[in-house]
Design a protein. Structure first.
Length: 166
């Protein structure tokens, strides 16, 4: 259910904002998820014995990588990026504080739950989390230091003004 909730919330934010920056974030989340699954197929470490009936591999944890990506990228965005015009429904300081203090514990609980539910070992979620943190840091750096944010603003302007408003 976690995957459905996270995906639904992400889709809602994208549909609400029409933000190229959020679309870029989503592409990064997908790239993180698919690439960590490729690593998992190379490592081929089994899941822990017990409750899990899955026959897939466990190292590194895809859920841990992806939710760690989410938490780090969201926190970095709240700290360093301009607030999108469509997200100015609440005081900026509140959003920049409330979102990270919600995202970090939520992500941590999801990571820990992977062990509690018997789907992964602690090393598998630790490596998955590290992968997601590193991926988010690189992806965010490409957006900011790589100059993609400036191109994103131009694309968003074209999209909103020409396609949505006709």
């Amino acid at each position: 259910q976690t995957q459905f909730i996270v995906t639904s919330l992400t889709a809602c934010v994208l549909l609400y904002t029409h933000s190229v920056g959020i679309a870029y974030f989503i592409i990064g989340a997908l790239a993180c998820s698919f690439s960590v699954k490729a690593v998992k197929k190379l490592v081929k470490q089994p899941r822990p014995l017990g409750k899990s009936k899955k026959v897939t591999y466990g190292m590194p944890s895809t859920h841990s990588a992806t939710i760690s990506y989410y938490a780090v990228y969201i926190c970095a965005s709240c700290r360093y990026l301009l607030l999108h015009d469509n997200l100015k429904f609440a005081p900026e300081g509140l959003l920049r504080t409330l979102v990270p203090i919600t995202a970090l514990p939520w992500a941590s609980l999801i990571v820990i739950s992977r062990v509690w539910l018997g789907h992964h070992t602690w090393p598998q979620v630790a490596v998955g989390s590290g992968y997601g943190i590193a991926f988010a840091s690189l992806w965010f750096a490409l957006w900011t230091a790589g100059g993609l944010d400036a191109h994103g603003l131009v694309l968003e302007e074209l999209f909103v003004n020409h396609l949505l408003r006709g």
